[in-house]
Design a protein around this ligand. Structure first.
Ligand code: SF4
Length: 465
């Protein structure tokens, strides 16, 4: 965060500080006039006291986004809230002002109202099985615990048999989504990866993930959602045929995070322009797309806001962003950022609320419950309407230390806050009946799983498939 001296001109404390400066001057004058040691000590004591109070006052007014001192009644903040309430989506300056100066309860209240306007009291989740197709990756993001080099424990490319066995296990547990998560283009760095793919009949991991999506869709009826990293048009085109939706986290739009010592310095696939191009190509191909930001990796609030605005701009152009995730960094042993501090819950809530105000009432905003541990129900206060994919059969391979809450717990916590939990598919309800977003092959399976509103059918109905 840029260092800021928060000192509004109409703040009555400024007068108070000026008064102390005057008194401090009087003390110094008295010191000059009186030579008595006793009086000097008294005056020195007074001066020290004044200086300490002065310093404390200065400390209280010199803050780096200290939420306790944000002025909720400041006219500019009030105007910004009025803008958030009355217009479809706020601009950059308004977002920045609210992010840095609004009191957290006011911000949450505004975001909650915008969410309710678009989503009423419905909160969704997707029952998924997580398929870690390969842990090999050519990037070295400093926060990643998923990626492996060949020969390291856990380095693996799943065979088609392994993929199918895991997908079947998920289907047996009632999952409807098969989430493919994998490293980015490992064949470009590791001969072992290229060799595995060659034996399978492919040259690129992107083609292999498309083939595995086709296999899972045809053999199990689970709806694939591939998250394979940066994709070109040809890869997206092929994935569209077998995936209900596709995902790529933007993470952050700032190229600064690729500088030496920062988390994307050794991650060529994290060039923001390349990721935005993938998202744009998906828009041109009418692919329902999941993206999001990762917070707490050294970015500023301005860079978060710019990232959200970039996502909004693409959605305004192509209408294909089905979901925006706000994910928080969690430190884990063994990664380069092991001792980097986690973003606080307040930071997370503040960012989600800003995301909701930027993205407006209709966007699906998600935050993963397992990364906030026992505090996860509070994420609802900030304006989310989705918990993401919850797996009854596999752990979160990206954050293996953080277990998902049981679906029953999720339901109980969601209901206790006055919301209705509903299961959705890998494709959000608003896209389910829009023909342009589904290939004929995927649509055939989606209609078996969706109810008339586009949510997942109840188990009793779905049992007929
Ligand atoms: S976060 Fe993704 S791209 Fe970065 S190292 Fe991990 S698997 Fe690779």
């Amino acid at each position: 965060m840029p260092f800021q001296l928060f000192w509004p001109h109409d703040d009555p404390r400024i007068g108070c500080l000026h008064g102390k400066s005057i008194l401090k001057g009087i003390c110094l004058k008295k010191l000059e006039r009186h030579s008595s040691v006793r009086l000097l000590c008294v005056l020195l004591g007074l001066c020290v006291k004044f200086f300490e109070e002065f310093r404390e006052e200065l400390r209280m007014n010199t803050r780096i986004h200290d939420p306790g001192l944000r002025s909720a009644s400041h006219p500019e903040v009030q105007d910004a809230f009025a803008c958030a309430r009355d217009v479809r989506a706020i601009d950059r300056a308004t977002a920045l002002l609210l992010a840095e100066q609004a009191a957290l309860p006011d911000l949450l209240n505004a975001a909650g109202k915008v969410r309710t306007r678009g989503k009423r009291r419905v909160v969704t989740f997707s029952k998924k099985v997580f398929i870690p197709l390969t842990t090999l990756c050519r990037d070295y993001c400093s926060y990643c615990t998923f990626r492996k080099d060949p020969g390291e424990p856990g380095a693996h490319f799943m065979t088609p048999e392994e993929v199918l066995a895991l997908a079947e296990q998920g289907r047996g547990a009632g999952c409807k989504e098969a989430l493919f998560s994998l490293g980015d283009q490992p064949e470009r760095l590791f001969p072992e990866a290229a060799e595995f793919l060659r034996k399978m009949g492919f040259t690129r991991t992107l083609d292999y993930v498309a083939a595995m999506s086709e296999l899972v869709l045809e053999k199990t009826g689970l709806l694939p959602h591939a998250n394979p990293g940066v994709m070109d048009r040809a890869a997206l085109h092929r994935l569209r045929d077998s995936n209900a939706s596709v995902g790529l986290m933007l993470e952050n739009v700032s190229p600064r995070l690729m500088s030496s010592g920062l988390p994307h310095a050794k991650a060529p696939d994290k060039v923001p322009a390349v990721r935005l191009r993938t998202m744009e190509e998906a828009g041109k191909l009418s692919i329902a797309f999941t993206t999001g930001i990762l917070i707490g990796i050294g970015e500023t609030m301005e860079e978060r806001i710019d990232s959200l605005l970039a996502i909004r701009m693409l959605h305004e152009k192509y209408g294909h962003i089905q979901e925006v995730i706000v994910q928080n960094f969690r430190a884990k042993p063994g990664i380069p950022m092991a001792s980097h501090p986690d973003p606080s819950l307040e930071d997370m809530l503040r960012t989600i609320a800003i995301a909701r105000l930027i993205l407006g009432p209709q966007m699906n905003v998600q935050a993963p419950p397992n990364l906030s541990y026992g505090d996860f129900p509070r994420l609802l206060d900030a304006g989310i309407n989705d918990w993401g994919g919850i797996s009854p059969v596999t752990k979160d391979f990206i954050n293996p230390e953080a277990a998902w809450p049981q679906i029953a717990d999720l339901q109980a916590e969601t209901q206790s806050r006055g919301f209705l939990l509903r299961e959705r598919l890998a494709l959000y309800p608003e896209f389910v009946y829009r023909a342009e977003f589904l290939s004929p092959r995927v649509r055939e399976h989606v209609v078996k799983l969706a109810d008339v509103d586009g949510y997942a059918r109840s188990p009793a109905l779905a049992a007929g498939i």
